[in-house]
Design a protein around this ligand. Structure first.
Ligand SMILES: [Zn+2]
Length: 244
């Protein structure tokens, strides 16, 4: 388990009762030589604590360290090269300073607003709205991500609309069907209690009884046949007699 620390930018927050906490980032160095890399083991926990996207934070390390990064669908965040936890954490402090903390009240209560290619942070705690440092390379990534999220959201909304319409249609159809079904189902239940159906059932019972009594007779005769055959001779001959 990673140590839990106060969420702080470049100025440390020493208050032990501070309510904004995060796990220290932990990396695991894998591979060697040119293939050496650092896997950010708890990136999703860090991202949750900072209310930011894990791929964005991963990308930030790439920008700061001049290293290639990858973020795969199974939440595996990799930064090329070997990086110590202390270095990762100090870079993360820079990220928090620039992209998480409110510039006015310094609380990590902000969320991004994107308008006309400018990224601002709107603070939920004090209401302040400030533009982030747009010269940082990460802003390109944030804008691209924002665009993608918007497209995904749009597509999802369109699908919802479709589903909603289909759902309404289905409900209408169901209503119509159930409305139509109500009367016949009542009359059919009447049919069961009275008249024809009952008679049919009785007849079926009778016929099944007569059939079963017939079938009872058949095995008996077979059995007696077998018994007789057993008395006579070998099993193979019995089988032959049974088949014939
Ligand atoms: Zn604020």
């Amino acid at each position: 388990m990673a140590a839990i620390i106060n969420i702080a930018g470049l100025t440390p927050v020493n208050d032990p009762a501070y309510r904004y906490k995060m796990p220290r980032i932990t990396g695991k160095v894998e591979g060697r030589g040119n293939g050496i890399k650092t896997v950010l083991m708890n990136i999703t926990d860090v991202a949750d604590a900072l209310k930011r996207e894990a791929p964005e934070i991963t990308k930030f390390f790439g920008c700061e360290l001049g290293a290639q990064t990858t973020y795969s669908a199974d939440n595996r965040a990799v930064v090329n090269g070997a990086h110590r936890d202390n270095d990762l954490q100090s870079h993360l402090s820079k990220y928090i300073e620039n992209f998480v903390l409110c510039k006015n009240c310094r609380l990590p209560e902000t969320h991004y607003k994107v308008k006309d290619g400018l990224i601002s942070q709107k603070c939920l705690a004090c209401g302040s709205k400030d533009t982030v440092d747009m010269t940082h390379k990460l802003t390109t990534f944030i804008l691209a991500q924002h665009k993608r999220n918007k497209e995904v959201k749009k597509a999802a909304e369109k699908e919802k609309e479709k589903e909603g319409k289909d759902g309404k249609k289905e409900k209408k159809e169901k209503k119509e069907k159930s409305g139509g079904d109500e009367k016949p189902s009542k009359s059919s239940s009447k049919e069961v209690t009275t008249g024809e159906d009952g008679e049919v059932v009785v007849e079926k019972k009778k016929s099944s009884k007569s059939k079963s009594s017939n079938s009872e007779v058949v095995p008996e005769s077979v059995f007696t046949g077998v018994a007789a055959a057993l008395e006579e001779e070998s099993e193979s001959k019995v089988v032959g007699k049974l088949i014939s």
